[in-house]
Ligand binder design. Sequence first.
Ligand code: ATR
Length: 280
Amino acid sequence: MMSGTKPRAACLIGWPAAHSRSPLIHHYWLRTLGIEGGYVIEAVPPDEFEGFILRLSLRGFVGANVTIPHKERALALSKPDECARAVGAANTLWFEDGELRSTNTDVEGFINNLDACAPGWDKASDALVLGAGGASRAVVFGLVERGIQRVHLANRTLERAGALAEQFGAGVLPVAWEAIPDLVPRAGLLVNTTSLGMHGQPELELDVGLLPQDAVVADLVYVPLKTPLLAAAQARGLRTADGLGMLLHQAVRGFELWFGQRPEVTSELRALIEADLTKV
Ligand code: ATR
């Protein structure tokens, strides 16, 4: 650091103050790359969010991550890229040419994690995505952008899948939850974006034995780290991509935008966050 200049800092804005692994991730990268900088959690209630964002730079921040319940407001209060617009929510903010810009890094987090864990996964012509909430929008957009021909979207509430599919075009096909067993045999990629399998939630009931032999299974849930779905897929010898990998990969872009160096998702970082997750 040059004398007289303040180290760069970014923050995670949420409400209530969520327990987040993001500070651990960014501090690891700052430390290992030898960058003097900071990353803190800011608990900001909804009625103060706009004021906070408008003074983000004055508060000394070069950018921010945004989480529940602010992601849609963050989109409206910034100049979003195509990705954030398509997902309808922003999770990463930074300044560019004096403007507050935004993106949604869940999309690249999901895709880059798949590329790292299961290279060639995109040869699948049919993907089956379970769930049609916020996380699913990022996944579906990423798959469509990558050129997956057919994305079958199954959701307990079929209308939600229908609304999402309508936005993303003819390659996204809404299907009833009950139709899952019919689609599994042709799913080269299966993605769980629902909360099923999460600690304290019911398990996802799905027979991975019906998947094609070269299928890849991704689960966005990361508590537990190895969900029953991932465990069953691995027991069958299928390649998998887990929710922690996506979480780590989605953090890369923010760090690069704020601190000027593209960090790597190393096994050391993964082990650090895994250790923190098992503390819960
Ligand atoms: P997120 O932003 O993490 O995607 P969300 O928007 O609340 O969270 O979406 C949760 C997803 O999990 C939804 O697709 C939800 O299905 P509904 O749209 O029918 O609510 C799905 N989900 C949650 N509990 C479920 C359950 N017991 N069975 C099937 N799907 C479930």
